[in-house]
Design a protein around this ligand. Structure first.
Ligand code: UD1
Ligand code: UDP
Length: 381
């Protein structure tokens, strides 16, 4: 007897966090593992598939330049109808809060196929921030039968919404992924990253891409970043710029043409994790970086109004900087100039996982489908 599980993802962060799970499921005798990519992202997704050596069984190839939320959703829905007819999964796994995750859960619901939600229970309770992710993950939660929560706070969020059945406390799969990517002897593929002086310069790693930051907030963020470089000659800013045309344009306009601002193409996940391990600190609006950098002991300034990941804020490694130019400049300046303030944040914490999330999710699936007697032990931070 076996259970047929189809993992569906489409963007870079989903791929990074689902890749170790796809690998885990394909090793299990009780699971027939299928992988479907929507390719909501193309280049940034393929880069992850290459690193983790995953060849999808189905590829919807939906990406188009400047795509809207409606085009992503409708293309996924229509494509997945056919994929489900061909693959006949017993369980569909989706990840997090993207439009791919929402559409895939909805398509599975329409097909009366069970849904497992990986990275369940994160909330800001602000409908428009992050947008559209907060609503995506809430709606996926409504449709899901199995909920794999990274932390107890995530599980508590679901309990408050009345969701207590099929809930498993697993840790975040991104910590599993990091076990294979971070190496002290890692060599980067570019001279720039190999030759940066990580010891005596202040190398700040930046990412910024969120839709709710488009426009004024992104302008404020980027203006503050430029001011930090101009104010402190020891700063080197490395920013792998997301391929979204909106982000590319803003980065070029506000951060282009400075010799210590390195606007580079997106790097693959191994390069990213090793760059994070060597940089001084991180300034970002990304979700994933808020989980990865604390595990590496790197301070993070989150350039957003809120965060659904309060655990590392409570642990002291992450600070919410907001999207105001002055606040971002002040907090960045503090980390650059005040060693005590820096040291107070630069300690490795692992509230998000212990590297065994995928094993727990696999066990939980087998348990739910009657292939094992016991569910997994809970993750303890
Ligand atoms: C998406 C997710 C967001 C996630 C982010 C991770 C939604 C609504 N948004 O946002 O939750 O944080 O991915 O990065 O699901 N592009 C390329 N090549 C690529 C990837 C993107 O050219 O490999 C360009 C395309 O022009 C595309 C645009 O980026 O239309 C935007 O991509 P999209 O997935 O719609 O939005 P993201 O901002 O990436
Ligand atoms: N990442 C990467 N290359 C880059 C930028 C980010 O591999 O050039 C990784 C990063 O380490 C993390 C994930 O992509 O694992 C985060 O993706 P992103 O910030 O695009 O999305 P979010 O996490 O905000 O949804």
């Amino acid at each position: 007897m076996s259970v047929r599980v189809m993992s569906i993802f489409g963007t870079r962060p989903e791929a990074i966090k689902m890749a170790p799970l796809v690998q885990e499921l394909s090793r299990r005798e009780g699971v027939e593992s299928l992988c479907c990519v929507t390719a909501q992202h193309r280049e940034m997704l393929d880069s992850v598939l290459n690193i983790f050596k995953i060849t999808p069984d189905f590829d919807l190839n939906i990406m188009e330049p400047g795509q809207t939320l409606s085009t992503i959703t409708t293309k996924c829905l229509l494509g997945l109808e056919k994929v489900f007819a061909a693959g006949k999964p017993d369980l569909v796994l989706v990840h997090g809060d993207t439009s791919t995750a929402f559409s895939a859960a909805l398509a599975a619901f329409y097909g009366q196929i069970k849904v497992g939600h990986v990275e369940a229970g994160l909330r800001t309770y602000d409908k428009y921030s992050p947008f559209p992710e907060e609503m995506n993950r809430t709606l996926v939660g409504d449709m899901a039968d199995l909920h794999f929560c990274p932390t107890t706070a995530n599980r508590d969020n679901l309990a408050r919404e009345g969701v207590t059945r099929g809930v498993f406390l697993t840790g975040n799969t991104v910590i599993d992924a990091m076990a294979t990517t971070v190496r002290p002897d890692f060599r980067f593929s570019t001279d720039l990253l190999n030759h940066l002086d990580y010891g005596s310069q202040t190398v700040i790693l930046v990412t910024c891409h969120r839709r709710e930051n488009y426009g004024e907030p992104m302008k404020n963020i980027m203006t503050a970043l430029r001011r930090l470089v101009e104010a402190y000659p020891q700063v080197e800013l490395v920013y792998p710029v997301h391929l979204s045309p909106v982000v590319q344009k803003a980065a070029g306009e506000y951060l282009g043409g400075h010799e210590r601002i390195h606007l580079i193409d997106p790097v693959d996940v191994e390069e990213m994790h090793n760059l994070m391990a060597r940089c001084s600190f991180v300034m970002t609006d990304s979700g994933g970086l808020q989980e990865e950098a604390p595990a590496l002991g790197k301070p993070v300034l989150v350039m957003r109004r809120e965060t659904e990941r309060p655990e590392a804020v409570a642990a002291g490694t992450v600070k919410l900087a907001g999207t105001g130019e002055e606040d971002i400049f002040a907090l960045g300046s503090e980390l650059i100039t005040d060693k005590a303030a820096y040291d107070a944040m630069a300690h490795a914490v692992n509230p998000y996982g212990d590297g065994r999330a995928c094993r727990r999710i696999g066990d939980a699936i087998e348990y739910t489908f009657g292939l094992r007697d016991k569910g997994p032990e809970e993750f303890k931070a």
